[in-house]
Design a protein around this ligand. Structure first.
Ligand code: ADP
Ligand code: MG
Length: 362
């Protein structure tokens, strides 16, 4: 991504969407680069779908400005915006074939429908090749797999040559294996089209794996906007760290170079950021598990925890401990580094990390 394109394709300024008394979007401002993959991550109810619907023109915001390719589009109906939408449930026509589903968007679009059947056939054929459906043209869409339906839904949108594509949890209906495979497929399809994809997901791993840029939405506001590395290594608030599902978060207070928490006092050494409720954050994979009486090395800090159980996740093993206040502390050990260690249930261990690896919000 870096260095290829810095032109913004979409700008939102102070966009507000209200449903009765509830604010689904509370002053959203953002600027998205052209020719880029953007992930939009947020928990259920944070306003992700509403944000896509407002950009697409299915909902009118109460306030704010939307610019697309430099033009105000707030007042334009959806079909005049040049923005494609891929729905979570695919929304295919069940009685039409793969080819007919894809052609539908071209022959029936409100602006500039394609009437020349040779042109339709050529464009549909190219699109079928692009999304990897060659050979399935005449299949009914009820006779193809979930991953193939997802490709049809994408092809039906892309064939209309949108200048940007919005995807609402596009992999949500697929099983876990297929989900992971489709991530790189979607990224490479996007690269071949050269337009910006804005991909909504509730999965932190999907958002971080796919997005050149990641937007985090929290209770109707943008909580953080940055590249995946920055979001992962330096979440801007305890809320973002919590969504990422890879940080232990300790409550407490700062006292000089220490953080005093109900689970013990730990040293501060890494990044400090401001937040309303003081929180100490350490990533699951930055913690090592030692014998209870093992000494800490220079620059290390830690807490004591009681081992409960381990869980294998394929490439890693996650070990769970309880701390002095009963809260759960998680440690992730990558299996590529060493054979997994075994721990004694109910035994106490020292959980240690480098103090500069910890993030402090206060
Ligand atoms: P997400 O996609 O992140 O799960 P949504 O954008 O669907 O979140 O919803 C954001 C908030 O707006 C939620 O509180 C939801 O209940 C509310 N909401 C969404 N659509 C409507 C609607 N048509 N009418 C009333 N409230 C809505
Ligand atoms: Mg949604």
């Amino acid at each position: 991504m870096a260095g290829i394109s810095v032109t913004a394709v979409l700008h939102l300024r102070n966009v507000v969407k209200q449903y009765g008394d509830a604010r689904a979007l509370d002053g959203i401002s953002l600027s998205l680069p052209d020719d880029s993959y953007i992930s939009l991550l947020g928990p259920s109810g944070s306003g992700k779908t509403t944000l896509l619907r407002v950009i697409a023109g299915f909902e009118r915001p109460e306030a704010g400005e939307i610019r697309f390719k430099g033009e105000r589009i707030d007042a334009l109906p959806p079909h005049q915006r040049g923005i494609g939408f891929v729905f979570q449930n695919f929304a295919l026509f069940p009685h039409l074939s793969v080819e007919q589903n894809i052609a539908f968007g071209l022959t029936n679009r409100a602006i500039d429908p394609v009437t020349d059947s040779a042109v339709v056939r050529r464009k549909v054929k190219d699109m079928i090749a692009l999304v990897g459906l060659t050979g399935l043209e005449d299949r009914g869409v009820s006779q193809i797999s979930g991953g193939q339906k997802q490709r049809v839904a994408l092809a039906r949108t892309l064939v209309t040559e949108p200048k940007m594509v919005l995807l609402d949890e596009p992999l949500g209906a697929l099983d876990a294996n297929l989900r992971t495979r489709m991530r790189s497929e979607l990224r490479s399809i996007r690269e071949r089209c050269g337009v910006t994809f804005l991909h909504v997901t509730g999965s932190e791993t999907e958002a971080l794996a796919m997005g050149d840029t990641v937007l985090v939405l929290d209770r109707a506001r943008i909580a953080q906007h940055g590249d995946a590395d920055t979001i992962y290594n330096r979440p801007s608030s305890p809320a973002v760290a919590r969504f990422l599902n890879c940080y232990n978060l300790l409550p407490g207070r700062v006292a000089g170079e220490s953080f005093v928490s109900p689970v013990g006092t730990v040293s501060i050494g890494g990044l400090r950021q401001t937040a309303a409720s003081p929180t100490y954050a350490i990533r699951y994979d930055r913690v090592s598990i030692r014998a209870k009486d093992a000494a800490l090395a220079d620059g290390e800090t830690g807490v004591e925890g009681t081992f409960i159980a381990s869980e294998y996740t394929g490439s890693a093993v996650n070990a769970f401990f309880t701390l002095a206040d009963g809260s759960i502390f998680e440690v992730e050990q990558h299996l590529s580094h060493a054979a997994p260690s075994t721990f004694e249930p109910q035994a106490t261990y020292r959980l240690a990390w480098k103090k500069e690896d910890a993030l402090v919000y206060a």
